[in-house]
Design a protein around this ligand. Structure first.
Ligand SMILES: [Zn+2]
Length: 234
């Protein structure tokens, strides 16, 4: 077996562990789950605003109703006095004015009240629509959360397998190579390059025949002249 065989396997494991650690931190599924959660929160905030707006409108409708009732009562009082008799022409005129003013006030308040009620109905419809959207968004968020959790479970299982394998591979790598690999790994993620069709698999330099011959003869460690990586003949 070539000296670099175990080292190359070690690097393959380390690179996959790097990818797993990165995916545990973040992944497209994690981003999708966060996005869905943000949508739920935004819908909840909009619905809370809408509920407040509806409460405010309901209070306003109630206030307008009371004010309209008061204006109608004032109109009735003026009309009763008007028809009670025994009034001078001037008093009758004033009473007529009072009744007319109260009637037009009541009408304006009733119209405003109706407008507010229509607005409240629009808000209610909007709320129902948003409530439905919220339910869908919650369903979506829960599915995405589960998908991310499944991904995390799989990643952790794979990580545990690889870490166990790494312990065994590590034992088989000669001590001096381990140190060199660790030193090089601090500089670059992949210090061992496979030779692919006569080229360095990392920097793609076409390797001189002499180097290829040394690799084939398996005469100790050979480095790429360009990138300095340890070469491994597959
Ligand atoms: Zn190279």
């Amino acid at each position: 077996m070539r000296a670099t065989q175990e080292l190359y396997r070690l690097q393959t494991i380390d690179l996959e562990l790097d990818r797993i650690r990165a995916s545990l931190e973040s992944s497209p599924l994690a981003a999708a789950a966060r996005e869905a959660e943000a949508r739920v929160e935004s819908l909840q905030a909009t619905l809370a605003d809408l509920a407040l707006a509806r409460q405010k409108l309901a209070r306003e409708v109630r206030r307008l109703e009371l004010e309209a009732q008061a204006a109608r009562a004032e109109q009735r009082r003026a009309e009763e006095e008007l028809y009670a008799g025994g009034k001078s022409g001037k008093e009758l005129g004033l009473l007529q004015q009072r009744a007319a003013r109260a009637a037009s006030q009541a009408e304006a308040l009733e119209t405003q009240g109706l407008e507010r009620m229509e607005e409240a109905e629009r808000l209610e419809a909007q709320q129902a629509h948003l409530q439905q959207s919220l339910e869908w968004a919650q369903e979506e968020a829960s599915q995405r959360r589960m998908a991310r959790e499944m991904e995390l479970d799989e990643l952790r299982l794979r990580q545990a397998d690889l870490e166990a394998e790494r312990v065994q591979v590590w034992e088989r790598v000669p001590l001096e190579l381990r140190r060199r690999y660790e030193r090089m790994r601090r500089q670059m993620p992949n210090p061992v390059a496979a030779v692919v069709r006569g080229r360095c698999g990392a920097c793609h330099l076409t390797l001189p025949q002499g180097i290829l011959n040394r690799l084939r003869a398996d005469e100790g460690l050979v480095q790429c002249e360009q990138c300095g990586r340890l070469l491994h003949l597959l």
